[in-house]
Design a protein. Structure first.
Length: 548
């Protein structure tokens, strides 16, 4: 009898071990998608010969479906084997942490991770009287930055109410696509005329209608780019923004990191210059990081909120190095107690009782770092509308130089470099009072265009090791000379270029060396830009600093 009991005990022990090996679990997964695993394969020619063995391993582990994740250059249309990321869906309830360890032990796997959830960063609806957050002392000058170009801004969130009266005209439309159940533009997504809904992508259930069923994304879109001067509602910060509607969070504000990665990659491929990410989670996956890196590699600015748990929390994507992480301040320009904080915080922006859009042609106030991130996204969109040639690194440097401290001098863990002062931002962009937008029709006399020198820019200012650029608009062929003087009036550098006919934006680069090819000393300098045509000569003046 004792021998029989011992034998049964050994059998049960073996069964328990096998169950653990295969990753079966009776508990519900709380922070990741059940029965799905993100697996990235190595790039190797030898793997092509091992596909049958890999397939056999998937079968052994109970995989019922593999879904290619369109991250970076791999994309949905990629046919090459290796160096690809897949979502593995399993036949029955299993512990994804255990399964991840099983897959990481395989020689052909780079990484294996659960598909963690992300959440729209919480907000509330206090119901106070609406207030114009753009009238605060630091923000109001944003409207003095001319809108010269339309910028595609992706709102990767719960979708946008693209029928809303105050934003419908600024929704990005994919003119290469038609609603005909075909992928007309060949980007891998059918009928993505008004954006795409990636919620459920990792479960093979994404679709082409990114309508907002939660309200979060619509509110953010209004802050960034609601239409102005239309007699309705509010004015967005970048009133000519083209809002790319990329939905991946559901009607409860929840999604997962695979769907987020697909949404970010799609936004990059569709030409977005900025992606607003007002969501996150304290755990990260390599697939989300790959998507963020893909955006960075394509010179796309990613802005993310830090979260609203009042604690030192590193939420992702905000905590990724290349992302601009935004915390919140109150209406009295104090640190918002609800905002998450940490060493990754770059800036703070108004986030309390922010008045914006609500689905169904309505409006409301909401509070959170989500709204703060949208404010910064709108400011960056305005800057890129004025000068589309700025890189993400240049934009961040410009914002740092334009930020006012909120708490301690310098960067702190609560508000980063501080709050962006749009008056300083305007000055650092070299915008003079009364600068005109590109909508202005040039004055014409006797059938000829009167020469104009407009929107003079010098950035970055101060000039550091990367040099600086002078930018300006001319409308007629001529010669331009830029002369830089020290404060004693001594000429230090002369730069020359030619410009052609038409209302064009021109740039002249200076490496901050003088005419003798010697590094310029630190200090303040002034410059004169002389624009000479066959009819007249125009000049503009400005100051810059050199700080190495």
């Amino acid at each position: 009898m004792i021998k029989l009991i011992i034998k049964l005990y050994k059998i049960i022990s073996i069964l328990v071990f096998l169950l653990l090996l295969l990753g079966f679990s009776s508990k519900a997964d709380s922070d990741y998608e059940p029965n799905t695993l993100i697996v990235k394969l190595k790039a190797s020619k030898s793997l092509i010969r091992s596909q049958s063995n890999i397939h056999s391993y998937h079968q052994k582990m109970g995989v019922k479906e593999l879904i290619l994740v369109p991250v970076g250059k791999n994309g949905v249309k990629s046919a090459s084997f290796g160096n690809q990321t897949y979502v593995l869906k399993f036949k029955s309830n299993r512990d994804m942490q255990v399964m991840a360890e099983n897959y990481k032990a395989q020689s052909w796997v780079v990484s294996a991770e659960p598909n963690y959830y992300v959440y729209a960063h919480g907000f509330n609806d206090p119901g106070y009287e609406s207030q114009d957050y753009l009238r605060t002392g630091r923000i109001k000058s944003v409207f003095d930055i001319p809108e010269r170009n339309r910028v595609i801004v992706a709102v990767a969130d719960t979708g946008i109410d693209y029928n809303h009266e105050d934003i419908e005209a600024n929704i990005f439309l994919n003119t290469q696509e038609q609603n005909n159940n075909q992928d007309d533009d060949g980007n891998g997504y059918v009928d993505d005329v008004k954006g795409y809904n990636f919620y459920g992508f990792s479960l093979n259930s994404a679709h082409n209608d990114p309508i907002d069923e939660f309200g979060h994304g619509t509110h953010l879109a209004g802050i960034i780019g609601a239409k102005s001067n239309n007699g309705l509602g509010i004015a967005g910060i970048n009133t000519k923004a083209q809002l790319l509607n990329v939905c991946f969070l559901n009607r409860f504000g929840r999604g997962n990191q695979v769907d987020a990665a697909a949404a970010i990659t799609y936004a990059v491929d569709m030409g977005a210059k900025i992606i607003n990410c007002s969501w996150g989670y304290s755990k990260k996956t390599s697939v989300l990081e790959d998507a963020i890196n893909y955006a960075q590699d394509n010179n796309v600015v990613v802005v993310a909120s830090t979260g609203n748990d009042s604690q030192q929390t590193f939420n992702y994507p905000a905590a990724f190095d290349s992302v601009i992480a935004v915390s919140a301040i109150t209406n009295s320009n104090k640190r918002a107690s609800y905002a998450s904080f940490g060493g990754h915080v770059d800036f703070a922006a108004p986030g309390t009782d922010v008045y914006s859009l609500k689905p169904g042609n309505s409006y409301r106030e909401l509070t959170g770092t989500s709204q703060s991130a949208a404010v910064v996204t709108g400011i960056i969109a305005r800057v890129l509308s004025y000068n589309p040639d700025l890189t993400p690194a240049q934009i961040k440097a410009l914002l740092i130089d334009s930020a006012d401290d909120v708490m301690t001098s310098g960067r702190d863990i609560y508000t980063g470099y501080g709050v962006i002062n749009t008056t300083s931002l305007k000055d650092n962009l070299g915008i003079v009072d009364g600068a005109q937008t590109s909508d202005r029709v040039p004055v014409q006399t006797a059938g000829s265009v009167v020469p104009e020198l407009k929107e003079v820019l010098n950035f970055p200012n101060p000039c550091r090791s990367q040099g600086t650029t002078f930018g300006f608009i001319t409308n007629k062929a001529g010669e331009v000379v830029v002369r830089i003087f020290d404060m004693r009036g001594q000429l230090k550098k002369t730069l020359e270029t030619s410009v052609v006919d038409g209302d064009r934006y021109n740039t002249v680069f200076w490496d901050c060396y003088d005419d003798a090819n010697t590094i310029i000393d630190n200090g303040t300098y002034f410059y004169i830009i002389e624009y000479k045509t066959s009819e007249k000569t125009l000049t503009a003046r400005g100051r810059l600093s050199v700080l190495r």
